[in-house]
Structure formats: structure tokens, C-alpha cells
Design a protein around this ligand. Sequence first.
Ligand code: ZN
Length: 236
Amino acid sequence: MVGVSQFEYQITRTKRVGGSTTIRIHPEKGVIVRAPFWVPIPMIRKFVEDKSTWILKHLSKVKPEIIPKKFLEGEEHLFFGQPYPLVFNPLPNVERTSVDLKDGAIHINVYQGHLEDENRQEIKDSLLRWYLETGISTITEKVNYFSGKIGVSYTRIDIKKVSSIWGSCSPGNRLCFNRKLIMAPHEVVDYVVIHEVCHLVHRNHSSRFWGLVAGLDPRYKEHRRWLYRNHGLLSI
Ligand SMILES: [Zn+2]
């Protein structure tokens, strides 16, 4: 599987025969891996993978912390990059909770009894359901648009709770996206969609792959950097 990792890294080569592979977290450039010239790329990848817990821990120190959501009225939640406050419309009877995005707010029509629940379970569940339903249709539209542009087809799209990747493209042409993307700005989601759709053509990160990505998203480096710097803001 090829995917967009939760962090990107640059590899720099050293000319020395001896010495080991090292990882450094640079506040601006991000993760930099230094490796002697002879170390093969798969070995470097494995090394980075083995250190991913350490890397993520250190990256979180240079990035904003995730503030846990309380699901209270007025609290802002991101939807494709825009913050919207939650507005509760209490219903006198137990009905299916519904969620509506209108007038610059996320309206939740919910039985008033559920509002008294300190765990906010019904609100959390219905908001998540709404995010996933609207999110998958928006992401599907994006996939259809970009795959149509380069004339490729996929078998299915899944939106999942995954911790280490933003998107993936499996050998059976199934595309999978991290559900947190529903909170990211459209142009950033477009980049991840483009990245995976381009893997339907090139199943690697070769220069031809990046050339295809750049053709569809000339500002892809900026969008990739946004994910690296801001993924802490996305918490579905
Ligand atoms: Zn990739």
C-alpha cells in the first residue's frame, strides 16, 4: 500500500561510508533523515517507520496541542476548513437527532433529554454520523472529478478512522481516506485526493508521480506542509 504518512520527511545523504542514519526534527523543515549514501531507500523507510512513535511525539511539541472537544453549545467545529459553532435546537419528544449546516452554524435538532447527558453521547454520535455522510459524498465528488481528469477508475472509496495515514490506494484500486480530512480545508483535501488518484497511475513516489500531482495541484507542497503543521487541529 502507498499512502500519505502523517508526517513527511526529507532524506539527506552523507558521503561517509561509516556513520549511522539519524533523524532530526527541524521546527520549519520538519523531519530530516540523514543517511549514508549507500543505505537503500527501503531500509531508510523501515528505520523511519520504526521511529514513528518517537517522531510523532517530538512533532507534537512543535505543533499546537489537540484541545479535546466538549460538544457544548457555541463550541466551534471545523467542516472542510471552516469553523462553525454548534447550535442546539431542543425537541420535546425523542426523535432521530438531525444535523443541518445553515446560517453559518451546525444546527443539531436533538431531544432535550439528550442535552442533559454529561457525556454528550447522542450529540457526539449524531455529529459524527453527519460528518461521515456529508464527508464521503464530498470526497467522492472530488475523487470522481480528479480521476476523470486523468482518465483512471477506482473500485471503491472508504472513509476510515486511521491514525497513521491521510489516504491510501490499494492494489485493487480501492481508495481509503482518513476521516479527519473532513475537517481540513478543501484545497488540502484536494491534494490528498489527487495524491491517491495519481497512485492509480504510478504506484510509487517517482518523479513522474510527483509531476502528475503537480499538474493537478501546482501548490501541492504548500498543502502537504499544511497537513504536517496543522493535523493537530483535526480531531474527528
Ligand atoms: Zn503516496
